[in-house]
Design a binder for this molecule. Structure first.
Ligand SMILES: [Zn+2]
Length: 90
């Protein structure tokens, strides 16, 4: 299993899908550099509009962790029962 599953979730412009934004200092205003759409609700609005992406990204991460974990557990069992001929692993 990896030590870190840090994922950067990329916020995207909901209009054009670009990831290049302009922020003001406290991120209460965001503008897409490509289509120039302004998010007057700022960063919060952008996050809210990206909620679906964020969720699917998190689901992917969860799957990834699950797979790694299962592999680890299998390896652990294999090690624990090494030399025991009565137990076979497929
Ligand atoms: Zn845009």
């Amino acid at each position: 299993m990896k030590d870190s599953y840090d994922k950067k979730i990329q916020l995207r412009c909901v209009t054009c899908g670009d990831i290049d934004f302009d922020f003001n200092e406290d991120k209460t205003w965001v503008k897409c550099n490509r289509c120039e759409r302004e998010y007057l609700g700022g960063y919060d609005e952008l996050v809210e509009l990206n909620q679906k992406n964020i969720e699917s990204e998190l689901n992917e991460t969860r799957e990834e962790i699950k797979k790694d974990l299962e592999k680890d557990i299998q390896d652990m069992f294999k090690k624990a029962f090494k030399g025991n001929k009565n137990i076979k692993f497929k």
